[in-house]
Design a protein around this ligand. Structure first.
Ligand code: FEO
Length: 163
């Protein structure tokens, strides 16, 4: 069954959000690199790559359902944050926003009785739990560091080595 225009449009908006997520995390990586936090930067670069794979999942799914992906403008992300902690707070806020968008699309797909899209989105529902948990974990450690630069650098080194 070919995808409805209504569902295609919201999936396409999500494709754009995923690319924006990659842009935002790459911008955070550039901020961390500029501040000398190579480990946090590396972690964010990996996140950015992961976001591009999410975007591609939406692209392929739209195609597989007989639709066409449209590439719209990508918003310019912020480039500066007040601190490492502040950047990770922004990352968590962004992931929560992405989770809400996935839920909204899922609700729409359910209303439209588009079971294939509901099934496709389930992977993203689980992925969002994991993504939020990862950022929340780092944020928790940053809160414990309480601004102590030596502890923040230790965490930077740890994340820089983490697979
Ligand atoms: Fe693709 Fe981090 O959500």
């Amino acid at each position: 069954m070919v995808i409805s225009e209504k569902v295609r449009k919201v999936l396409n908006d999500q494709l754009n959000r995923e690319i924006y997520s990659a842009y935002l995390y790459l911008s955070m990586a550039a901020y961390f690199d500029a501040e000398g936090f190579r480990g946090f930067a590396r972690w964010m670069k990996k996140q950015a790559q992961e976001e591009l794979t999410h975007a591609m999942k939406f692209y392929e799914y739209i195609y597989n359902r007989g639709g066409r992906a449209e590439l719209n403008s990508i918003e310019k992300p912020p480039a500066e944050w007040d601190s490492v902690k502040n950047a990770f707070e922004a990352a968590l806020k962004h992931e929560e926003f992405v989770t809400r968008s996935i839920y909204e699309i899922l609700e729409l797909a359910s209303e439209e009785k588009d079971h294939a899209t509901v099934s496709f989105l389930k992977w993203f529902v689980d992925e969002q739990v994991e993504e939020e948990e990862q950022v929340r974990g780092i944020l928790g450690l940053l809160e414990k560091a309480n601004g102590q630069i030596s502890v923040i650098f230790q965490l930077d080194r740890y994340l820089g080595q983490k697979e």
